[in-house]
Design a protein around this ligand. Sequence first.
Ligand SMILES: [Zn+2]
Ligand SMILES: [Zn+2]
Length: 355
Amino acid sequence: MNKKTDASTICKMKALTYTGAGRFELIDKPKPSIIDTDDAVIRITLASICSSDLHILHGAVPQARSGITVGHEMVGVVEATGSGVTKVKPGDRVAVNVETFCGDCFYCRRGYVNNCTSGGWHLGCRIDGGQAEYVRVPYADNGLTPIPHNVSNEEALFVGDILATGYWAAKISEITEEDTVLIIGAGPTGLCTLECVRLYRPRHIVVCESDEVRRRFVHEHYPETVVVAPQECSDVLGNLTDSRGADRVIEVAGSEDTFRMAWERARPNAIVTIVALYESAQTLPLPDMYGKNLTFKTGGVDACDCDIIMQLISEGRIRTSHLITHRYPLSRIGEAYTIFADKADNVIKTAIHPD
Ligand SMILES: [Zn+2]
Ligand SMILES: [Zn+2]
């Protein structure tokens, strides 16, 4: 053939692409390049699958654009930077932030980067994400976190998404050393929340989880944490708190039952932080709750503390690589999706590496 064909072959890459409700396909796409001066292009060395990817697969994320590369949890090596990028340079290892944010609008200046007027959850939803060989990251100075030498790719993999979420959830819950904190749900985000709640050294942490395998996982890795099944939660909390209930509740599970549990198990004047993403509307039965005087905090992660999280990992104060239970090459990402979606083989998180 000719030179032109060779060149276009070199510039192609594999990318898991949302091709319509219920369908992801690993297809060839052009390798991304710098478009804006604040962009960076990252060669991905490790990616993961998040339950939000499954929501897109099920057609439950209306803002997800057909044709985009999915994936928003990844680490990699900076390949190229635009002229306006100052924080990273080619060759740097970085974690990629799930959120794209300008850093300068009304919300960004107040740390509410989830509501950035020109950002939000874009990667792997509105623009091409990271279950691919390369990704373009806009606002690279905000969206990339350098990985220190003593932190591995696996240790850094969750910094930009589920660990950012756990850190944010613990931070806005205003936890003190006097508190008994109830975390509902010990899936990947619940476990990241547990890692971050521990930083505040509350008097007791109680993790409530319906799945026995996951309860065992918490017990094994966090022996000082109280782990309960939903039916035991009320009694155990009662014993720990003179029957008052939890001072702080963080709901990460996302079902109707767990939403109800969140406000029922909270003591009067508690803070209830809702991290979970529900598939249907939830009801606050205000007459039943009258007099409990609860403070609810809800929403999506403001992922603006990734540098602090990375530092905590480097100091050994946060560790999450034990959440990676399965590893697959990109060419077999379909198998990784199946096992993750079915919660098969005691999976917590899968890691996807280049072929
Ligand atoms: Zn996610
Ligand atoms: Zn902004």
